[in-house]
Design a protein around this ligand. Structure first.
Ligand SMILES: [Zn+2]
Length: 332
């Protein structure tokens, strides 16, 4: 058995970074505008990442030059940097400027293929540099967005256990009691600290960083992501095809958690309270009520078409009436 491990993480100010090696930098324009004066690196090539498709990522590979790759920003930039560094066999240093996803900890790169999400194997960073003051200065509505990928344990773990009960888990995906207990502890710690995390205090953001580490480490122990990726993520992948503009992954996942936990007959109010405390906007502007209802009604076909792992979405064909009532309840 081989268990992947988390990357080395150093908590220190961005101003402590001084790296003269020629580098390929993957970032986004607004992030680099705000951070370039604080980081002393030597980019020979700067790439502003704006998409997550396979063709786009493959197109970045020939642009790679120098001795080291830097990924600076949120999930999009760092996921692309992981892919490029892996394909070019170069060391990668990740500098998350926002805790919007767990991408800076993982060894795979999420891409959109044919209206769904697939994970390409890439690699984890050799080093992650975290400046808590930088994370704190991110806009409150985005700062703790990655907490949604911890809260998704609430619905993902329910789905995983339901799949086990129905004999739908393949041999390598069986539920173990210890994974469930650890998952519950991570989820409860998030619920207990949601207000502090949402306030963006150093303590709160440190807790969120550690919860993201624990969630990723638990997935590595299990050998898959079922503990935190279930019907709420499948709903998001389907909904992404109906967005009228950009939306944060965490906001969409927050919405998915509310809808799916309600359909799972869970006490979803506590999850909505947590999302409110975390400043996660589960009513993103790019999502219409019609889009949510259409996504729910077609979700059964969607998850079967894309052969996604068994969740409540694969077992329950949601009617128009149920979809409308669920949306009305969780977004009242
Ligand atoms: Zn996610």
């Amino acid at each position: 058995m081989k268990i992947q491990h988390l990357p080395l993480i150093e908590k220190r100010p961005l101003s402590s970074i001084a790296d003269g090696r020629p580098a390929t930098l993957l970032t986004t324009e607004p992030v680099w505008h705000l951070t370039k004066d604080a980081i002393d690196i030597n980019p020979k090539r700067t790439i502003y990442v704006d998409r997550a498709t396979v063709d786009y990522m493959d197109g970045l590979i020939p642009l790679c030059e120098g001795e080291v790759v830097y990924g600076v920003g949120g999930g999009l930039a760092i996921d692309a940097a992981k892919y490029v560094a892996s394909k070019c066999a170069m060391p990668l240093i990740a500098v998350p400027t926002i805790l919007s996803t767990d991408a800076f900890l993982t060894d795979a790169t999420g891409v959109r293929v044919g209206g769904c999400v697939r994970y390409l194997s890439s690699k984890p960073p050799e080093l992650v540099i975290v400046d808590i003051d930088v994370l704190r200065s991110a806009p409150p509505a985005m700062r703790a967005s990655g907490a949604a990928d911890v809260l998704s344990i609430a619905t993902g773990m329910w789905d995983w256990q339901e799949a086990e009960r129905l004999g739908e888990n393949p041999p390598d995906y069986h539920v173990t009691p210890q994974a469930i207990e650890i998952g519950k502890a991570i989820l409860q710690t998030l619920l207990d600290n949601a207000r502090e995390i949402g306030k963006g205090t150093p303590e709160g953001l440190t807790i969120l960083l550690e919860l993201l580490c624990m969630e990723v480490q638990l997935c590595y122990l299990c050998g898959h992501s079922r503990v935190e990726e279930g019907s709420e993520h499948h709903f998001v992948y389907a909904l992404e095809n109906r967005l009228t503009g950009h939306a944060l992954h965490g906001d969409l996942v927050g919405l998915g958690i509310l809808l799916m936990s309600s359909l799972q007959s869970q006490t979803w109010h506590r999850y909505r309270h947590a999302l409110d405390c975390l400043n996660i906007n589960y009513r993103p502007a790019a999502v219409t009520t019609e889009a949510i209802i259409d996504t729910l009604v077609s979700l059964f076909d969607y998850v079967h078409h894309h052969q996604l792992p068994y969740t409540i979405a694969a077992g329950l064909a949601i009617t128009q009436d149920v979809a409308e009532a669920t949306v009305a309840a969780v977004l009242d």
